[in-house]
Design a binder for this molecule. Structure first.
Ligand code: GLP
Length: 255
């Protein structure tokens, strides 16, 4: 399939200025990974012909995407999809998360070319609460570790996460520096299976201010309970993702 086919056709009767329509088409092809990083774009002349637009309009569309960091111009070589499209950050786009893979936040962000970051709100050690005991299948009084942090992608706040980890799974609080799953892997307790549920919510004042959005902003509440190979639950995490920054995708098969 040619690059122009992968960009696709403009919506017939689409509204708004033509240059914005073309921009949106190319942006969406990049975000949906129909155009891989470093792909060469068709020449301005080819785009002009294909989309029946003036050269000025095509150039204006591309200029905007170059400014956004989605495209790169190389002297004498043409225009290319940027190696790390800036617009896959919340500033200009959304992060897609495969809902069927047991990956960590850090892995998800890196896979998108984004740099994961944490701001720690709390790291605590204590005895399991009755609710946690049920989720983690622990007896009353068992030790647990609790981690609360704001999760960033390229410096943009994406989610607030509160994790409770069974005490046997880590040696100490300090095991976790950047990635919880890296720490669990290092101690031989990285989960291999998880149950996850998602619910829509409007952020309350505190949640909204943590993520730098307005109160009532749409969010996703995700609860994950994850398990070791022997079936023991190891982690329960409550995540509050910005609804405008995250797309959950899954591949479904015929049962
Ligand atoms: C995701 C999951 C959490 C998990 C976290 C680990 O966000 N929803 O359940 O605790 O990844 O991420 P990391 O290893 O980057 O700390």
């Amino acid at each position: 399939m040619s690059v122009i086919d992968r960009i696709g056709a403009l919506e017939p009767g689409g509204s708004g200025p033509l240059y914005l329509q073309l921009q949106q088409l190319i942006r969406s092809a990049i975000q949906r990974e129909r155009l891989a990083p470093a792909t060469a774009l068709p020449s301005e002349r080819d785009l002009t012909e294909r989309y029946s637009m003036s050269r000025v309009t095509v150039r204006r569309a591309l200029d905007g995407l170059v400014e956004d960091g989605m495209l790169e111009r190389r002297q004498g070589a043409g225009t290319f999809v940027a190696r790390r499209p800036e617009a896959s950050t919340p500033a200009g786009g959304r992060v897609e998360k495969n809902f069927a893979l047991l990956t960590s936040f850090s892995e998800d962000m890196r896979a998108r070319g984004l740099v994961p970051g944490n701001e720690w709100i709390a790291r605590m050690q204590g005895a399991v609460t009755p609710k946690e005991a049920l989720s983690l299948n622990l007896s009353p009084g068992s030790p647990v570790f609790r981690f609360q942090r704001i999760r960033f992608a390229d410096g943009m706040p994406m989610a607030f996460e509160a994790s409770t980890v069974a005490g046997y799974a880590l040696h100490s609080l300090d095991d976790v520096t950047d990635s919880l799953y890296d720490a669990l892997r290092a101690s031989g307790n990285r989960p291999v299976r998880a149950l996850q549920s998602v619910r829509a919510l409007g952020f309350d004042k505190e949640q909204a201010s943590r993520l730098g959005v307005a109160q009532g902003h749409a969010g996703l509440f995700i609860e994950r309970r994850s398990f070791l190979t022997d079936g023991r639950p190891v982690e329960v995490t409550h995540s509050y993702y910005r609804g405008d920054a995250y797309d959950l995708v899954a591949e479904l098969s015929d049962p």
